[in-house]
Design a protein around this ligand. Sequence first.
Ligand SMILES: [Zn+2]
Length: 150
Amino acid sequence: MDECSVCGRNESVGTALIEGARVTVCARCVGYGKNVDLYAPAQSGRPAFVRAKPVELVPAEDCGQRITRAREAKGWTRRELAERVPVHESEIKSFEDGRVKPLPEKAKKLEYILGAKLLVPAEDNSPAKPILPKPASGEATLEDYLKRKR
Ligand SMILES: [Zn+2]
C-alpha cells in the first residue's frame, strides 16, 4: 500500500487534490483534499494511476538563446555551426532569432554538436506546479502546514 503524502502513514486509501496537486491520502487525511478518488476496494496490486507517462522532449522556450550562447562559447560563427550540422546558415539564424524552433531531431543533433541542453521535458515549459513538502521525521509535514493554514 502507498504512503499517505500528508502524514506519511503507510495506509493510503486513495488520492485527493491538495494545494493543486494530486497526492495519496489515508482515511484520516482524506478530508484535507478535494476531488477525492478512492482506490477500488477489489483492486489488487499497484493502482492504475501510478503508470508513468513517457516523457516528451520539446525544444526549450529559450532554445534560440541557448544555441547562441553555446555557439559563442565555442567561438563559432553561424556559418561554422551550420556547416557542422549541416543546415543552411539562415536556418541557424532563424533558430537563434527565435522565429523558428528546431524539430526535435535537429535539436538533438545541435545538442550533440554544441554540447548544450536544448530539449526539455514537455511539462517543464508549463507554469511551475507547487511542490509538496515530503514528510520526514522531525520536519514539518504537509499535515502541519494545512493545519496552520486553518
Ligand atoms: Zn494521512
